[in-house]
Write a protein that binds this ligand. Structure first.
Ligand SMILES: CC(C)(COP(=O)(O)OP(=O)(O)OC[C@H]1O[C@@H](n2cnc3c(N)ncnc32)[C@H](O)[C@@H]1OP(=O)(O)O)[C@@H](O)C(=O)NCCC(=O)NCCS
Length: 222
């Protein structure tokens, strides 16, 4: 068993979550509540990150920057170093990476969720969408997943859709492809527990600590 990366003192408002993958450290920050400071204190961001965020509209810029602030503080805690000094580079697939650990970050509205592990990891957090959005986006899933959802409607459909979508994005992030790999290619399943399409990848739902109205999943590629 691999030991999860150790987290030294975390900033205010950061909450360590438990998941079924005990070799992954998982941290949630609510940037509209106890971690609201992450929306305004950009002292750990590089000039390049600040300029990048300014390419978005103001709301998206604030959300992106807050996510990067949270990520830098979590990595600083794991690597026991100044969060502002960590070199984060993009790989060829657009996945941000650091030298000494594997990580994944996801933002959903005010929430930021970060996973850190020794092996490539993927985490996804999604707000449950409008019923009509879920019905339309379900077309992107694997044919067997579409069949599973076809029996549902309304909120039940939206909740099941977002559960499988979070599982899928976590899986695709752990593979490091992101959505460059067709989300309709792999069957993970909408019901019960996620079914991993790959023997080296474990996928779990994250339930503990996730507020109502959101769905989250975590994957690790061993
Ligand atoms: C990565 C991706 C799955 C993100 O999904 P999302 O729900 O919009 O956003 P999330 O907040 O959950 O995740 C964003 C994070 O994913 C990570 N990410 C980006 N590319 C990644 C990849 N190839 N593998 C793993 N993680 C990746 C980044 O850390 C990013 O945060 P950052 O902008 O601070 O660096 C998706 O946007 C993607 O695959 N993009 C690249 C490929 C693409 O654009 N294809 C065409 C779209 S149809």
């Amino acid at each position: 068993m691999t030991i999860p990366p150790n987290l030294s003192a975390l900033p205010p408002g950061f909450v360590v979550l438990r998941s079924a993958l005990d070799d992954v450290s998982l941290v949630l920050a609510d940037t509209a509540a106890d971690a609201a400071w992450a929306r305004t204190d950009h002292s750990v961001l590089t000039e390049q990150e600040i300029n990048y965020s300014l390419e978005f509209d103001p709301e998206l810029a604030t959300t992106w920057a807050a996510g990067r602030v949270v990520l830098r503080h979590v990595l600083g805690s794991v690597l026991d170093c100044d969060p502002g000094s960590i070199e984060i580079r993009l790989d060829i697939a657009g996945k941000p990476r650091v030298t000494d650990c594997e990580f994944s970050v996801t933002r959903a509205q005010r929430l930021v969720l970060v996973a850190v592990a020794a092996d490539p990891v993927g985490v996804d957090l999604e707000a449950i969408p409008e019923d009509s959005v879920a019905a339309e986006a379900a077309a992107l899933l694997h044919s067997r997943e579409r069949d599973e959802l076809a029996q549902l409607e309304g909120r039940e459909l939206a909740e099941s859709f977002v559960r499988v979508w979070a599982r899928k994005e976590a899986f695709l992030k752990a593979l490091s492809t992101g959505l460059a790999r067709d989300p309709g290619m792999d069957y993970i399943g909408a019901a019960g527990s996620p079914q991993s399409p790959h023997p080296d990848v474990d996928i779990v739902d994250v339930v503990n600590g996730i507020p109502a109205g959101y769905s989250a999943a975590l994957a690790v590629n061993r």
